[in-house]
Design a protein around this ligand. Sequence first.
Ligand SMILES: [Mn+2]
Length: 339
Amino acid sequence: MAKTLRTPVPPPPKNYARGTARERLQQFWDFFGKEDAVLVVINADPDALASAMAIKRLLRYRVKYVAIAHPNEIRRMNNVTMVQRLKIPLERLGNVKINDFSKIVMVDSQPNHLPCFEKLKVDVIIDHHPIVVEWSNPFVDIRPDYGATASIMVEYLRAADIKLSTGLATALFYAIKVDTSNFEKNAHLADRLAFRYLFDLANRDLMRKFELTDLRRSELRYFTIGLHNLKYSKNRYYSHIGRVPSPDVLVIVADFLNHVGGIDWVFVSGIHNDKLVVIFRCDGYRKNAGKLAARSLGALGSAGGHKQAARGEVPLKNLAMGEKEFTSESLQRLIIHHI
Ligand SMILES: [Mn+2]
């Protein structure tokens, strides 16, 4: 530590935003003109979506047009719900004519994060991810100590004296909750201040809807299968669900079974891409799901996780099941000797 203290911190490059929130806002605004068509490029997750909405709001009346584009398909139902309920106008980056835009803004990402970002001539970067590359783009505001880009955006919006719509406030509020894992992860004082500011402006019922929505209608049937195949033994639940379109649904069923009182361990498995995926849940108190996952499945495939939550993946060929079908009993046999 002492060594780092003695090392002088180099001043940020000239193009990095400096000064008070008001001065940074002015530097940002000065960069745009009435004739600009602005493309905001994001890797769509709640923080990126909320920050893109904030950019759009900051530039309203100041440029000709703002569009938001993302390369990734939005699959998580929480994020789909956020986009649908807030009616966030989005375009797929692949369908956008880049030449129609005079300025490109990137929020909650840096150009080296995705190959398709590297090809873009990015003018503005506002982000909170670690700085691995020093950027020479015209306007850069990267604050790696912040828990969310949304917290940076709240500073800009407040400096601009903008009255937030409920939709924008709700998006920013949700973004900070997600990126800080409800403040269980490291967060900056600025995240707390932004959160406090948004608390009364956001619609928290609507935000709960984003948080809660993690299932597709087509996935509900995996609950039926999971409950039908459920095996109970010694305060433990075992359930093999069979083929699933995504391992996410196994996580949701396992988390649901973890709601039941008196249950010490939950094991839910399924088959995805010729692999057996096993989800482990427990209370993490004098139990270690990560270690159990590694002990029981590590030799057959890959496994690991935290004290209370873990997962393992085993290629089916390593299970040597032959013609036999994998069942909840097979799952129990795989794990029971290692508990
Ligand atoms: Mn983020």
